[in-house]
Design a protein around this ligand. Sequence first.
Ligand code: AR6
Length: 177
Amino acid sequence: MSTSVSPAVRLVRGDITDQSVDVIVNAANSSLLGGGGVDGAIHRRGGPDILAACRELRASHHGKGLPTGQAVATTAGRLDARWIVHTVGPVFSGAQDRSALLASCYRASLRLAAELGARTIAFPAISTGIYGWPMDDGARIAVRTVLAETVEPVEEVRFVLFDAHAYVEFEEVLAMR
Ligand code: AR6
């Protein structure tokens, strides 16, 4: 199921590893060495070249781990994409407002994709799984940041939502803009 919402932003319900785009964004963790959720799916289907590239990045630049809110690019391995952009979302906290870090994930990923020359980019709903961010707020931050930030040559930003709840929350935010 997919719906065109605007020329620039599309919502798709499904698995991000099925997407054919220039950049697939991974909701990674600071170690860059894999995990569950989107991260697990990307490494499983993308094959070992992605992990090898992540290990190289750790060795050359990010020995202490990639800070929350930042983004790096690797090969997409066997996935139907040119690059994976790995970004580290914040763990949700009821006591501390970490929204700026979540917005930074979308902004940094988009800027990196643009630098690479990507025209199409697919995002998952960063931090809304294992990291516990409420879907309605995660959707609001995602959509607003992307609409404020979309840069040449990126033509299409696709949010790939795994379940019906996520899809509905993103749809509502897009309808309100
Ligand atoms: N395609 C699209 N969306 C998905 C997929 C998929 N294949 N799988 C899950 N989702 P999560 P986070 C949705 O947990 O919250 C990892 O262990 C999911 O339903 O993947 O940022 C990392 O290594 C949810 O809405 O990422 C980190 O340690 C959203 O994607 C940690 O999890 C994000 O869920 C990151 O947690």
